[in-house]
Write a protein that binds this ligand. Structure first.
Ligand SMILES: [Zn+2]
Length: 108
């Protein structure tokens, strides 16, 4: 969810409304990278989502490694039962979907 207006403020991914509040933000880690996770609530339609703020160079590296990861994932999943690792995979999928939606976004 990297939808932003030209001044950098977040817009609602559902209704494109700009009245978005941030009731909670906390420092967390994502793949060993410290980042800020913010909860967002749209004041117009009530949609709730969360965003992670990660350095651009970290995202570039992650993007490169995602395709490799997809290839080895099935083999790993057979033998690995690590909840933390599985959660990382879920997060990575979320990020990958965001890349996809960015890439497919129509020019405004
Ligand atoms: Zn909305």
């Amino acid at each position: 969810m990297k939808e932003r207006t030209s001044d950098g403020s977040v817009v609602c991914p559902k209704c494109r409304g700009q009245r978005v509040s941030t009731p909670d933000s906390r420092v967390t880690t994502f793949w060993g990278q410290e980042c800020i996770r913010r909860r967002r609530v749209c004041s117009s339609c009530g949609f709730r989502w969360s965003t992670k703020e990660l350095p651009a160079e970290f995202l570039d590296k992650l993007k490169e490694s995602l395709d490799d990861m997809e290839r080895v994932k099935k083999a790993i999943m057979v033998t690995l039962n690590d909840e933390d690792y599985l959660r990382k995979l879920e997060d990575a999928r979320d990020i990958k979907e965001e890349f996809r939606s960015d890439n497919n976004k129509e020019p405004e």
